[in-house]
Design a protein around this ligand. Structure first.
Ligand SMILES: [Zn+2]
Length: 124
């Protein structure tokens, strides 16, 4: 019977099976690409949330977009959910930008300031 050491030495660590990340080619369980992209995004923010009303290509009142909220993705989703509820409307989070349906700039400015964010109304 082979010793434990010999058995372990005979193991082949295969990368043939399991999903690997197309970016770093590591198994998805070890991949840190999403985390790094997230940290990169946060590092580039200046801490000021820009509120903008966007109507181009959209029906009705368009959406109010909140850009540059310095929060990691999961907290950003939670905040978006709370803001949607506060405005009584729908919305989405796209690439770190929260979009709330309709024109709720003043309300959203107040809500964000209440949470300690620095807010600037931009464009629109
Ligand atoms: Zn990766």
């Amino acid at each position: 019977m082979a010793s434990l050491k010999e058995q372990l030495g005979g193991l082949v660590y295969s990368t043939e099976h399991g999903d690997t990340c197309p970016q770093c080619r590591r198994p998805l369980t070890e991949c840190e690409c999403a985390e790094q992209a997230e940290q990169q995004r946060l590092a580039e923010l200046d801490g000021i949330v820009r509120i903008r009303r966007e109507t181009s290509g959209r029906k009705g009142k368009g959406v109010t977009s909140l850009e540059g909220i310095p929060l990691p993705a999961d907290e950003l989703m939670a905040l978006a959910k709370a803001l949607k509820k506060r405005c009584g409307t729908g919305g989405a989070v796209k690439a770190g930008v929260v979009e709330i349906q309709g024109d709720h700039r003043e309300l959203l400015k107040g809500e964000l300031e209440k949470r300690g964010f620095r807010v600037r109304l931009a464009g629109g």
